[in-house]
Write a protein that binds this ligand. Structure first.
Ligand SMILES: [Zn+2]
Length: 388
């Protein structure tokens, strides 16, 4: 695990390296930035470095990769490295905690796996390092419980909080950490990595990279859930002329989102996409599709992906109007809505439609029902209703 494994994050890494070379590393870091851009990779490289036992290396260098600690770390078996994540509740000694849905990092999980462990002596004698994945999923109780440990971690412990939504953390949490911002990745790099890591065809890689806008992790997951199938469906729905019948269009979008939600649940067992609003009980509304049952929050997250696809198509229509090169290369020409939309509306109208899509996204963030959101969007895209 090396800092050089983290690509295109020079600014973030330079802050970490400066702290290492000065010998004054913080006891709490907040690695923040969009999903899938290398934050956790960098956190692991820092953790390996903080645990490395090799004394004779440059202060800002990587972990040595050879010592006992580095070998344990590489084998994912280091007794002083603790990954804190939402699935941990299943290992909690109390049955009622284990029975939870794991939507949030609750106080019992933080207390048992982090706060109590932090106060014990490290096994190898150096320090303990805690990596909190999706730190924003700590509910308020968990965040409050963590404050004291964050301020004064016992021993030499170091906490690395990783989040794609730092604004969901309490200001008191953020102020106790050194915040390190991570950037979106260059689309060209995402495209190359999709081909190298995910074995994705060039046209599909270009398309996924365009939709993901610099988020490699998201693009890889989308490849696995067949997002391009949904893109072709959305494109067809748009090309079929939504102005004639907004209601049918809304229903079609919902159906595409449902299929996507089912594929995502099959692939991951849960939705790893955008953090959703809600409490630990989540929503209990379920929606039946054939023999499959999906939760409303999963449908809402899938619909957000569908909105992302619609926005990408409209953006491409704008690009085509200004004689640029289409980014959604994986679309079969006979299906593409890009040309249809570019021919039907002027640039201002296209920009208005993109605004309407953003409005629909905000509706979903406010937990508006997916069906109502779709109906509203369909009407807004026909131009009959101003984007609110
Ligand atoms: Zn080492």
């Amino acid at each position: 695990m090396r800092f050089s494994d983290v690509q295109h994050q020079e600014r973030a890494l330079s802050i970490v390296r400066r702290a290492l070379s000065s010998g004054r590393t913080h006891h709490a870091y907040l690695f923040e930035g969009p999903e899938g851009i290398g934050k956790e990779l960098a956190a692991r490289a820092l953790a390996a470095r903080l645990l490395c036992e090799e004394a004779d290396r440059k202060p800002d260098a990587d972990a040595c990769g050879r010592c006992r600690s580095c070998r344990l770390f590489a084998a994912d078996n280091h007794p002083d490295f603790h990954l804190i994540h939402r699935g941990l509740h299943k290992q909690h000694p109390e049955r009622n905690i284990r029975a939870g849905k794991g939507l949030f990092l609750v106080v019992d999980v933080i207390r048992h796996f982090l706060i109590e462990r932090a106060s014990t002596t490290p096994n190898l004698g150096i320090r303990r390092v805690f990596l909190l994945r999706d730190a924003e999923r700590m509910n308020e109780g968990a965040q409050n419980a963590l404050l004291k440990t964050l301020e004064e971690p016992p021993g030499n412990a170091c906490l690395i909080l990783v989040t794609s939504s730092a604004e969901r953390l309490l200001p008191t949490i953020r102020s106790r950490c050194q915040c390190i911002p991570f950037n979106l990745l260059p689309p060209k790099y995402v495209e190359e990595q999709l081909q190298a890591l995910g074995n994705v065809e060039p046209a599909a890689a270009r398309t996924l990279a365009a939709v993901a806008q610099g988020r490699l992790g998201a693009a890889l997951q989308w490849h696995r859930i067949g997002l391009l199938t949904a893109l072709a469906q959305v494109s067809q729905a748009l090309a079929n002329g939504l102005a004639d019948n907004p209601e049918t269009f809304g229903k079609t979008l919902l159906e595409i989102a449902r299929e996507l939600a089912i594929r995502t649940v099959e692939e991951t067992g849960h939705f790893a996409e955008e953090p959703l609003n809600g409490d630990e009980n989540g929503e209990t509304t379920r929606s039946k599709t054939g023999s499959k049952t999906i939760e409303t929050d999963q449908l809402r997250a899938a619909l957000k992906l569908v909105l992302l696809l619609i926005a990408a198509i409209y953006r491409d229509a704008l690009i085509v109007q200004s004689a640029g090169e289409i980014t959604l290369r994986a679309l079969p020409p006979e299906l593409t809505a890009v040309d249809t939309l570019a021919g039907d509306a002027d640039a201002d109208q296209l920009a208005e439609r993109i605004q309407a899509i953003a409005t629909a996204e905000r509706m979903l963030d406010r937990n508006v029902a997916p069906q109502l959101t779709c109906e509203h969007l369909a009407i807004a895209l026909t131009g009959e209703l101003p984007a609110a």
